[in-house]
Design a protein around this ligand. Structure first.
Ligand SMILES: CC(C)(COP(=O)(O)OP(=O)(O)OC[C@H]1O[C@@H](n2cnc3c(N)ncnc32)[C@H](O)[C@@H]1OP(=O)(O)O)[C@@H](O)C(=O)NCCC(=O)NCCS
Length: 172
């Protein structure tokens, strides 16, 4: 593994973004969900037009983690109206931190998280929040290790299956 580079994702990177989004979502959730639900989720949530619109939204930013130019993880953060809920104008959302399964446990998630913290502080945001599936024990441990505490719950629909996300926040 080379030194990991964190790079802002631009619209021309759409193909790589779509690929890492689908690969890492499937790696994380396919064992818990039906193939139909997974397919429905990937084809709508990571549709090319949807990702392009998100890349063009001034209130959203994506970053890649690159190992020698290979995309091994990514981050998506939101402010203002781009937040998925809790549209507190002073808040900062980490919507996604995903690392390719071959690279888990190598502190790449930590680098992406530190990038998010740097962005939130630069925007003078008082806190960061995120939603994480209650059965995603690895991510829960990661966020707890980084100081996040639970503050609410919401229902997340994956295909026809309703699942509970825990909302967590970190005061900056
Ligand atoms: C959550 C995630 C981003 C963390 O990234 P990472 O690069 O693996 O994280 P790091 O190497 O910096 O930290 C690993 C931490 O994960 C947790 N962890 C690692 N392996 C674990 C395991 N087998 N079981 C439970 N927790 C584990 C620990 O808290 C560990 O910290 P430690 O090394 O100090 O003990 C990454 O695991 C990931 O992409 N998971 C799949 C996608 C996902 O669930 N994203 C979050 C959606 S909300």
């Amino acid at each position: 593994m080379q030194e990991i580079i964190i790079k802002k994702v631009e619209v021309e990177d759409i193909a790589q973004l779509q690929k890492i989004s689908c690969v890492t979502f499937a790696q994380t959730f396919e064992e818990h969900n039906s193939a139909e639900d997974m397919e429905a989720y990937l084809s709508t949530s990571y549709a090319t037009e949807k990702l392009i619109a998100e890349l063009n939204n001034a209130n959203s930013e994506f970053y890649f983690a690159l190992d020698d130019a290979i995309v091994v993880g990514y981050l998506k953060v939101n402010t203002g109206d781009a937040q998925t809920e809790n549209k507190d104008s002073s808040a900062f959302e980490i919507e996604r931190i995903y690392v390719d399964s071959a690279y888990l446990g190598k502190k790449i998630g930590q680098l992406l998280f530190e990038k998010a913290t740097e962005l939130a502080k630069a925007k003078n945001k008082p806190y960061i929040w995120l939603g994480v599936w209650e059965e995603n024990h690895r991510a829960l441990a990661f966020y707890q290790k980084n100081g996040f505490v639970p503050f609410d719950k919401h229902i997340f629909k994956l295909g026809n299956d309703e699942q509970t996300d825990i909302l967590m926040k970190l005061d900056l």
